[in-house]
Design a protein around this ligand. Sequence first.
Ligand code: SF4
Length: 610
Amino acid sequence: MKTSALKGVHKKLLEIDLTHSKIRIKKLDKRLLQNYIGGRALATRLFFDAVDPGCDPLSPENIIVIAASPLIGTTAPTAARGHMVFKSPLTGLIGSSNCGGTWIRYLKSTGYDALLIKGRARKPVKIHINPESVTIQPAEKVWGLNVHQTTQTLQNEQSPKARVLCIGPAGENGVKFSSVMNDLNRAYGRGGPGAVFGSKNLKAILVEGNKKTEFNKKEIFQAGKDQAEYIMKAAPITKRLLKELGTSGLFKLINVMEMLPHHNFTDNVHAPEQIDQISGERIKKELLNRPGACFGCPIACQRHTSTNGKTGEGPEYETLVMLGPLCGIYHLESITKANYLCNELGLDTISMGGTIACAMEMSEKGILTKQETGGLALSFGRPEVLEQTVQQTASRQGIGKHLSEGSSRFAESFHHPAFSMSVKKMEIPAYDPRASFTQALGYMTSPTGACHLRGGYAVSLAFFGGTKEIPRFSLLQSPIAIRNMQNLGIIQDSLGICRFTGFAFSTEPWSRMLRGVTGYEYSSAEFEKMANRVAALERVFNLKAGVKHSDDALPPRFSSESITVQRQNTSLSFQSQIQLRENYYRARDWSVPEGIPSKKILESIECEEI
Ligand code: SF4
């Protein structure tokens, strides 16, 4: 790594202790910033060094870290994403969530690269950050309001220019898959960060500032940016599909690939007319008001929509499937309204859909009685129950009290854990793992539980043309492929840029842009080293928090029940899962069968101390 003065960062961490109302500004070491760049990598390291892995996620001991990157504050395409790390109340393991919009850019413009929050306030509070001051203020007035009401009230009262990060009632009530929202509808969604905010009595963080991100050599940055934009304009997914249809444009394609789950992952069969009823094309025709974009994003995949007098954003692909076909529902208006409600109440739509589908199957099998569901007819194909179920979950009333724990604890509490389609207690997203062993292994080994983004977004690149071809059913190639995908994801999350740029290119243009901003040359080998560092930190944290190699596995349905893909019955036996898992550990230089990072790999990434 070539060295010069490090630009593009403020070298400052803002640390807030809510228990003692203490605010400290800490200098971030240059070497730390070089080795961990920003975003996910920086947040993971700061979190790892500050938290006890054995802590109760909803106790004052849990810590939240949010970090920006050197590219935030520049015009690098899609550089609008912040990263949040916390101990997840859903999984009991590391929580790691990424979000677009504009909030992280505003945080960086206050003069800080990262924010660390610990402790618990005695009463509801909000934090206001600008370059001149940081204040912790009472927030009783907005406690109980939904995300949209909170955002509007705080902007009206405090500053119309401020950007608001906040929780809704779901987070206040400790729902284990509640989200933290910014720009109204952008979510730090998975793993329950909303409940961690709620447990700290932290309702909102307002940011506004004017500090610029300095460049080392703007012309080098511009060359990388031009290169990135040129390729994005040529690649079919970034050029057309996401722009024209948003992520719901993937819906028909995933169905063609026979990966679209149905009825709590019992099969992948959908009638063509059902697919047409809720496709991306249908959303464009019937709901779309206008597309939108996170700051500086030329792709613009956001969908601003309205239905039956209500307006909001979405539904995006994952939401569409999880609240739709996974629950046997193909009614676009009901899915959209349930989606709006999840955003307003602050709920992760993936876990919400997975948990409802689990309850529907248990109800149909007679495990849940009508008395237990409070009279709610929870069975597949009933769009009329969606909104009420979402509402009850956020307020933890009726059956919602049990659903708010997530599908794993819910199914366990009724003595049928096998009906939860989750890994490490996190619900599996909208791609059937039997239809791609690479994606399956991504779910199995994701540090945060079944997440297609932290676990490796293998599916999309396999089918829609990414930087590398990804094998679909290879027990030998899948482990290396998913390790590489996960590492690319860590690099993207650490640069603060969007996963969807991976449809067009890998790391080369980012390396140039980063050099233009920071003055440091990051080779592919250095990016790779940083990704291996983060993967090791996340694994070691999880091992200390109690994870076992046997947790890196799919629910029994995926080995005992097959689906038809390419005219063949396919499932993933326990034996095959063990083979995949162990080959993955070998690819990472972790021990077999335990999955502990070896001394050799820790030395090579300069992390012996962890
Ligand atoms: S592609 Fe979509 S999610 Fe990604 S940065 Fe652009 S608008 Fe945001």
